[in-house]
Design a protein around this ligand. Structure first.
Ligand SMILES: [Ca+2]
Length: 154
C-alpha cells in the first residue's frame, strides 16, 4: 500500500489499507499509482484514484453525520461524493465503488451528463437504510456507466 493525499497532505493507509479522510466540509482524497482504497468522511468527498485498481468507499453514516443534502439532485453543491476518474466501468477489473450502509436495491442513475476529455459524467442517487437519498457523480474515463462488477453494497 502506498501513500496518497488527503486535502493535499500526504496520508498513509491505515491498518486496513484504507486512506481515510479527515471529515468536515470537504475531503479531497487522492490515490497513488498503485491500488488504493479511499474513504471520505466529509459532507462532500472528492475521489481521485489515479492508476491502479482503486476502491472508493462511500459511507452512509458519514453522509448523515455531516448533514449532506438529501433528495435527488444533479446540482453540484448537492452531491456528497464525486469520483473524478473512475476507470474500467462496465468491464472486468478496474476501479470499484464500495457502498457502506446503503440499501443494495437503491442505486439509481439520475442523469447522463456531457462528455469531455476526462470521460462522461454520470449522476446517481443511492438511499441509506433509514431512507435518506444521497447524490453522487462519477466521471467515467471510458465513457461507460457503472456495471454489475463495478460496485458492491456492504
Ligand atoms: Ca491508484
Amino acid at each position: 500500500m502506498a501513500d496518497g493525499k488527503v486535502d493535499g497532505v500526504t496520508a498513509s493507509p491505515d491498518q486496513y489499507g484504507i486512506i481515510q479522510g479527515n471529515g468536515g466540509a470537504v475531503d479531497k482524497l487522492a490515490g497513488s499509482s498503485s491500488n488504493d482504497m479511499l474513504q471520505g468522511h466529509a459532507a462532500f468527498n472528492q475521489y481521485y484514484g489515479g492508476a491502479g485498481d482503486d476502491t472508493f468507499k462511500l459511507v452512509a453514516k458519514f453522509a448523515n453525520a455531516e448533514g449532506t443534502h438529501q433528495g435527488v439532485s444533479t446540482v453540484f453543491a448537492d452531491q456528497f461524493a464525486y469520483i473524478t476518474d473512475f476507470q474500467g466501468a462496465g468491464v472486468s477489473g478496474g476501479d470499484f465503488v464500495n457502498f457502506t450502509g446503503f440499501d443494495a436495491s437503491s442505486l439509481e442513475l439520475t442523469k447522463v451528463g456531457g462528455t469531455n476529455a476526462s470521460g462522461t459524467m454520470y449522476y446517481y442517487n443511492v438511499t441509506d437504510l433509514q431512507g435518506h437519498v444521497f447524490n453522487f457523480q462519477v466521471n467515467s474515463v471510458n465513457g461507460a456507466a457503472l456495471g454489475a462488477g463495478d460496485f458492491g453494497f456492504y
